[in-house]
Design a protein around this ligand. Structure first.
Ligand code: ATR
Length: 305
């Protein structure tokens, strides 16, 4: 249990709703493990109150907050600085209040990469000319595509049910990538999720990432992704984390593919925010344990990833 004192520093999460958020459990476990005088609190903030809430958090000298739905985009005009990742993704998930300035970050892209680096042997496979297929074209896809582009993946195809959204994502992100200081030259293309072209791409890609909600809560629909053509060399990464092993990952595993589940990304995006607020690297395993417990997953289910 955290001991609150006159010196306790506050961090937290703003969103609506926030009651479902697992971040308080995850962050407070890391705070307790380190014995820091911090507390992480949920703040339900309605959309019309966003500006007032941000001003209030700043006035109260809150150290920083996570930002969740529906504020990830709307908060941007209220910031003094925005990181390259957050600019590319077009959304902010972490604020830092520092010396009268508000800094906006997005830790999802780096969280996606760090979770992959945990499986070092898999991450090492992604060197040289890498071809990735990303399923989905929503906010999560944007973070994943940005992460891959920042890590110099050469070709990324975005496959979406509503193909116009994949086209729009490519049209928006490609020029932004070229205009960062990094001058990234990833080739981005878009395709309809059920097309035969996608089957050919899946058959030859090095990395397949699911960012759609398909598979969440065990909904099947694996056939949606034409997995028949998947080769055992392809790394399959599903950012859905409930269940830890989704039907897509199970099907990929049966084909002999290396697989990565979504829990790692969730833990790492939180850990990166934690570091920004406290300047200290948290214990990843403590955060993961707290998350697994709060999600009601058994250790066996989690291990079985
Ligand atoms: P997030 O911010 O988590 O990415 P989102 O912006 O709502 O959430 O995006 C959800 C993604 O999952 C979209 O790419 C969506 O496809 P559409 O753009 O066609 O809606 C995809 N998705 C959700 N349910 C799906 C389903 N049953 N089949 C295929 N794609 C689905």
């Amino acid at each position: 249990m955290i001991n609150i004192s006159g010196k306790t520093k506050i961090v937290g999460v703003i969103g609506e709703p926030v009651t479902h958020s697992r971040s308080p459990q995850m962050h407070n476990a890391a705070i307790a493990k380190l014995g820091l005088n911090f507390a992480y609190l949920p703040f339900e903030v309605k959309l019309p109150d966003l500006t007032t809430a941000i001003q209030g958090l700043k006035a109260l000298q809150v150290v920083g907050v996570n930002v969740t739905i529906p504020h990830k985009q709307n908060v941007i005009p209220l910031l003094d600085h925005i990181s390259t990742e957050a600019h590319l993704i077009g959304a902010v998930n972490t604020l830092v209040f520092d010396q009268d300035q508000i800094f906006g970050h997005n830790t999802d892209a780096e969280g996606f990469i760090r979770a992959m680096q945990e499986e070092a042997h898999l991450f090492d496979l992604l060197t040289g000319d890498v071809r990735a297929v990303v399923l989905g074209a929503g906010g999560a896809a944007r973070a994943v595509v940005t992460a891959l582009a920042l890590n110099k993946v050469t070709e990324i195809t975005i496959a979406n049910r509503t193909v116009s959204k994949a086209v729009a994502l490519v049209e928006d992100l490609e020029p932004k990538l070229l205009h960062t200081d990094l001058q990234l030259s990833t080739c981005l293309t878009s395709v309809e999720i059920q097309s035969s072209q996608l089957s050919d791409l899946i058959a030859t890609c090095d990395l397949l990432v699911n960012t759609t909600s398909v598979g969440m809560g065990n909904t099947a629909q694996v056939d949606l992704f034409n997995l028949g053509c998947l080769s055992a060399q392809t790394i399959v990464y599903d950012i859905v984390y409930t269940p830890p092993v989704t039907p897509l990952l199970r099907a990929a595993e049966a084909k002999g593919c290396p697989i990565i589940g979504g829990l790692g990304m969730l833990v790492h995006q939180g850990a990166i925010a934690f570091e920004k607020w406290t300047g200290i690297e948290p214990n990843i395993e403590i955060m993961r344990e707290a998350l697994v417990k709060s999600l009601g997953l058994s250790a066996k289910q989690e291990k079985n990833k």
